[in-house]
Write a protein that binds this ligand. Structure first.
Ligand code: ATP
Length: 237
């Protein structure tokens, strides 16, 4: 399992600098949370990791190999996958067809079937709903399909952008438990971007707090849950 190292990464939207030199590490097999308020740069960081946003300065390494100039398709082949904010499913395609979109880099039918079995074991509701149009599912079920689609490419590093957004609390905890179980059972690393800081810090081995395009604090999930600044700014304590 690879380690990811993000070093002094700067990203621009046009002339506006959104990330001002972000650095963090994702050790192999860990859940790493990126928390912080709206617009702090968390989604931009995931896009830079996935190759969807160009890095203006700094570097990204995966297992010692520099990847920041590599295209997104190649990064998928190298083991990175992103479940984007807002889920971005194809609403008029069935659940099964949406999952297959995630498997387009997987050559063999046997490997695709193994991925499907993994997704169905993780989210039995996805299997139950397999023939339905994705657009007809509840928000929580759509989120499960979006995570499932990302898993179909056999990633070693799974990036999740706001998996709890707009989802009923009971389903949020179901999805959170599934992610923790997936990490424990398979050793897949998870980079979790969450507005719900309490949930993210409970799930994470390690976390980084973002503010205005920089990392301002880091520590284990448990340490940050006890941190006075984090409690005041993000936990409503
Ligand atoms: P959110 O949870 O709201 O997505 P975030 O922490 O993920 O917050 P980003 O979406 O990464 O934050 O935004 C970081 C900064 O970049 C913000 O100032 C935002 O306004 C800006 N930004 C994001 N996307 C774009 C875009 N497509 N064009 C211009 N500026 C953008």
């Amino acid at each position: 399992m690879p380690t990811v190292e993000v070093k002094d990464v700067v990203v621009h939207y046009g002339l506006v600098e959104a990330l001002h030199g972000v650095s963090f590490t994702v050790p192999a097999g860990q859940i790493v949370a990126l928390v912080g308020s709206n617009g702090a740069g968390k989604s931009t960081t995931l896009k830079a990791l996935m190759g969807l946003k160009k890095v203006s300065a700094g570097s990204i390494h995966m297992d010692g190999r520099r990847i920041d100039a590599t295209g997104p398709a190649q990064r998928v082949s190298m083991g990175l996958a992103l479940s984007p904010e807002g889920r971005r499913l194809f609403p008029r395609m069935t659940v099964w067809e949406n999952l297959m979109v995630g498997a387009h880099t997987v050559g063999s039918a046997a490997a695709r079937n193994r991925s499907l079995e993994q997704v169905c074991a993780l989210f039995p509701r996805v299997q139950e709903r397999r023939s339905q149009l994705a657009g007809s599912l509840s928000g929580g079920e759509q989120q499960m399909v979006a995570i499932g689609r990302a898993l179909m490419s056999h990633p070693q590093i799974l990036m999740l952008d706001e998996p709890s957004l707009g989802i009923a609390p009971k389903i949020v905890s179901e999805i959170a438990q599934a992610i923790v179980r997936l990490n424990r059972e398979t050793g897949i690393s998870v980079i979790l971007v969450e507005q719900n800081a309490r949930l993210a810090l409970k799930m994470a081995h390690h976390a980084y707090v973002f503010e205005q395009g920089t990392v301002i604090r880091s520590g284990s999930g448990q340490e940050l849950l006890r941190d006075a600044f984090v409690q005041k700014a993000f936990l409503g304590v």
